[in-house]
Write a protein that binds this ligand. Structure first.
Ligand code: SF4
Ligand code: SF4
Length: 68
C-alpha cells in the first residue's frame, strides 16, 4: 500500500492537492493549524490511495512525499 506523508509546517492550505487526487481522499485538516496559520492537507483514507503521486506533483511547495 502506498504511503503519503506531508510536511505540515510547509503547507499553505492552497488545496491544489485536494482537487488533484483522483480518489478524493485528500482534504485540509480543519482540526489543525500549522505555525503559518493554515489548515494542513492530509489523507483521510490511506487504504484507498493508489500511489499515483498526483497530489505530490501538484503541490507547489514540495510538502507531499509518496512512497510506493
Ligand atoms: S498518491 Fe494519488 S491517490 Fe494517493 S493521495 Fe495522492 S493523489 Fe490521491
Ligand atoms: S498543494 Fe501543497 S501547499 Fe497546497 S494544500 Fe496541498 S500540501 Fe498544502
Amino acid at each position: 500500500m502506498a504511503k503519503v506523508t506531508f510536511r505540515e509546517e510547509r503547507c499553505k492550505g492552497c488545496g491544489l492537492c485536494v482537487s488533484a487526487c483522483p480518489r478524493k481522499i485528500v482534504s485540509l485538516d480543519e482540526s489543525k493549524l500549522n505555525s503559518q496559520g493554515h489548515h494542513p492537507a492530509h489523507v483521510v483514507e490511506m487504504d484507498k490511495c493508489i500511489g499515483c503521486a498526483c497530489c505530490a506533483t501538484m503541490c507547489p511547495d514540495c510538502v507531499i512525499k509518496v512512497e510506493r
